[in-house]
Design a protein around this ligand. Sequence first.
Ligand SMILES: Cc1cc2nc3c(=O)[nH]c(=O)nc-3n(C[C@H](O)[C@H](O)[C@H](O)COP(=O)(O)OP(=O)(O)OC[C@H]3O[C@@H](n4cnc5c(N)ncnc54)[C@H](O)[C@@H]3O)c2cc1C
Length: 383
Amino acid sequence: MINTPSCDVAIAGGGLAGCLIALALAERRPDLDVRIVEAGERLGGEHIWSFFDDDVAPDHRWLVDPLICQSWDGYDVHFPAHSRSLPGVYNSILSARLDKWVREVLPAERIIHGMVATLDHAHIRLEDGSSIVAPLIIDARGPGSMAALDLGWQKFMGQLLRVQGGHGLSRPIVMDAKVAQIDGYRFVYCLPFDEDHVFVEDTYYSDTPTLNPEALRGRITEYASRRGWVVSDIGHEETGCLPVAMGGHFDRFWATGGQGARAGLRAGLFHPLTGYALPDAVRTAIAISDAPLLETGPVSTLTKTQARAAWADRRFYRWLTRMMFRAAEPPVRYRILEQFYTRDEELIARFYAARSTLADKMRILSGKPPVPITRAIKALAGR
Ligand SMILES: Cc1cc2nc3c(=O)[nH]c(=O)nc-3n(C[C@H](O)[C@H](O)[C@H](O)COP(=O)(O)OP(=O)(O)OC[C@H]3O[C@@H](n4cnc5c(N)ncnc54)[C@H](O)[C@@H]3O)c2cc1C
């Protein structure tokens, strides 16, 4: 049966970006009928998203604060040559909380479980033959074609471990690179959710997007046992493969994207080196909720302008990514981050937030290069 409801805003994809837009509109434009079409059972899938306080502007915090499940004051990094404790509040959002919160804020009939087959500037057509008509169609279905971009991958598996007698960590380890270097730059990331539970993620900056889940599970077990942890239970497990960008053509990328207004990874909005997308998703959601005319044409222009400006502004991070992938042999890629983490705290915070100043960039590139200089020059020149 063909079912054609009309609403004010229809969002294809109830992941991070789509849900944040729906939440921002619900707060700022409660008069609007906003619908989300999500293929999965749960909005947001199976993810833990983390961010530093500095990554989100103070006047945008109202959007993410209700979603935060845990915050820690400070974090640690470990490299072969040094370890360091850094300040800065680190926050984590669990997708289960996002799902719950969106279902509290939006009436149930506005969350549509279904697979989008096609969309254009005014319609979403679902695979079951139904369609939705709206003046504003937003495409937030996660990454589309990225063939126009020169990418590497940050891939990982995470497991929530229950450790008998406690794991002894009081703050996150954002990078523990004192592990065997395999398949590029490898590090382990740990989030201690309570005394007994720690989320452990085995992560690789790799040339390939393929994951071997069994091998990664084995390495998490090995890491836990090396730390002396006796694991009594394994809970939530997640895998991910995030694009990290070394270069590419923004306009060609955008041209392959279809007709809706685009948000999130679909708009190419992510940090080129960390692959993180939450700070951009927050900015996009706020900008859409502030837009004077909620129609596909103007909102598409708005998100394209935001994505293009981010692309232009982030060349430096693409250079660094290129240096890591192209100038350093995989077993010594970690040295780039090892050197980066000797820099001053505020520079590091601005880097994560993709707000590095010119002085920061010069500082990051100063000193003895951690990779062969001729290869670094070739990588920076794009060769
Ligand atoms: C495991 C993991 C952990 C991450 N951790 C962080 C982090 O800590 N911090 C950070 O900033 N970034 C993180 N990222 C990167 C980035 O923030 C996420 O990928 C983020 O979820 C991207 O948001 P998005 O809305 O663009 O895509 P997604 O969140 O992937 O949302 C896309 C949604 O669209 C749905 N969909 C796709 N196709 C269709 C269709 N045809 N019909 C209907 N629905 C469809 C999907 O089911 C999905 O729910 C992580 C990524 C992953 C994979």
